[in-house]
Design a protein around this ligand. Structure first.
Ligand code: PLP
Length: 394
């Protein structure tokens, strides 16, 4: 048992660990030594649950999607993370981490962001708690994601452009790390997915695990049995998938399906299908699968959805893939956009384009009529309206 929990050093099988510059060691070590006791404390849990309930709006509904079920000839439930405050699951994690930061005595928060979604979720909880917030974002991403930059500023955050390298997520991450090394005592770094050095992947997975905890209770109530046959979620870094899988990891009869972004096609050179293309390597402080050239340079990923545009996956997912516990499929931009519009027409829900990849892979699975399938609806499509409009075929 506990095959899918990390060991002391943060390894899930071959993957994980903490590959960090020596200068960062004290920060990571402080977290590693203290996070389990803090998060396990009853008062922490009470405060976390209260905020999830009254601020985020949990439990989110588990909705039986009748018309979508007819299309796929199985019973399909949608776990409505799109109804969380700020429009996606990311806030579950930032609420947890801000409470942790307070208990660590930190007064300042930093984070990196690519598309801006994690930056907005972080700026939101900093405003809620009155903590100073600095978000690092590649200068190119700032130009591409103007509305999220303005959202962060409205919420009172300082957005610092990263001007090195490609001026995207990787460069923002480097700048945030550098800042943290120089301000270890008063600053906490909120990472936005189940990636980064141990203990981040485990910490983020635990905060997101509220998703599968609720699914179990809601399935028990709605169908008299806590177990679905399938749980399907999209995978960028893998936090919404980790949360949706978490309480089913040790239930081998529940199929766990990750949906990655194939972009213009897995073999097109413009993709983010990490398990299909990746090899083991070190990215953002942990050993995992990542897309790289034969000599180990990280390959620039591509996806129409900014949240899946990441060259790696979290170490838990690399382990689920290698061990065969999880199955990883992928969907192209085209397949995802069609699936997003299909959901809008069948159920009156416009999903985030990240989420649309999870809906698209339903077409690749062969269900029996009595199968119960839960799709984690990670986010709403409001932020993607421009992309839907440019796509145009609806
Ligand atoms: C950020 C984001 C994702 C991808 O991140 P994960 O850590 O893989 O969950 C997926 N869906 C939405 C709506 C997002 O905002």
């Amino acid at each position: 048992m506990r095959r899918f929990q990390p060991n002391e050093e943060g390894y899930y099988g071959l993957f994980g660990g903490a590959y960090i510059p020596e200068m960062l060691f004290p920060n990571i070590e402080e977290l590693r030594l203290r996070y389990q006791a803090i998060v396990g404390d009853a008062e922490f849990q009470r405060e976390f649950e209260t905020l999830l309930r009254h601020y985020v709006g949990r439990p989110t509904p588990l909705y039986q999607a009748t018309r979508l079920s007819e299309v796929h000839r199985a019973t399909i439930y949608l776990k409505r993370e799109d109804l969380c405050h700020t429009g996606a699951h990311k806030v579950n994690n930032t609420i947890g981490q801000i409470l942790l930061a307070r208990r660590l005595g930190k007064s300042k928060i930093i984070a990196e962001t690519g598309a801006g979604q994690h930056g907005v979720a972080t700026a939101t909880v900093c405003a809620l708690m009155g903590l100073e917030c600095t978000i690092y974002m590649g200068q190119l991403d700032m130009e591409r994601q103007r509305p999220n930059v303005e959202r962060m500023k409205i919420l009172g955050a300082t957005v610092v452009p990263a001007t090195s390298g490609n001026m995207t997520l990787k460069d923002a991450t480097n700048e945030a790390m550098r800042h943290w090394i120089n301000h270890p005592r008063d600053t906490h770094y909120i990472i936005g997915s189940v990636v980064g050095p141990h203990p981040y992947p485990d910490m983020v997975a635990r905060f997101q695990s509220v998703i599968s905890q609720e699914i179990r209770a809601q399935l028990t109530e709605q169908q008299g049995n806590p177990f679905p046959d399938y749980v399907v979620a999209c995978v960028g870094g893998g936090s919404n998938a980790a949360g949706a899988f978490y309480h089913f990891l040790d239930e081998p009869h529940v199929h766990l399906i990750g949906a990655e972004a194939a972009g213009h096609g897995v073999e097109s050179g413009e993709s983010a299908a990490t398990t299909a293309l990746g090899r083991p390597g070190v990215l953002h402080g942990s050993k995992t699968l990542l897309m790289q050239t034969p000599d180990g340079q990280v390959i620039e990923p591509y996806s129409i959805s900014a949240g899946l545009d990441y060259p790696g996956i979290g170490p838990l997912h690399a382990h689920l893939f290698e061990s065969g516990r999880g199955q990883f499929l992928n969907a192209t931009d085209e397949e995802a956009m069609k699936a997003g519009i299909e959901l809008a027409r069948l159920e009156g829900i416009i999903p985030a384009i990240e989420t649309a990849h999870a809906l698209a892979v339903l077409h690749q699975l062969e269900f029996s009529p009595d199968d119960v399938v839960v799709v984690n609806l990670s986010g709403r499509g409001d932020k993607d309206l421009e992309t839907y409009i440019r796509w145009g075929r609806y």
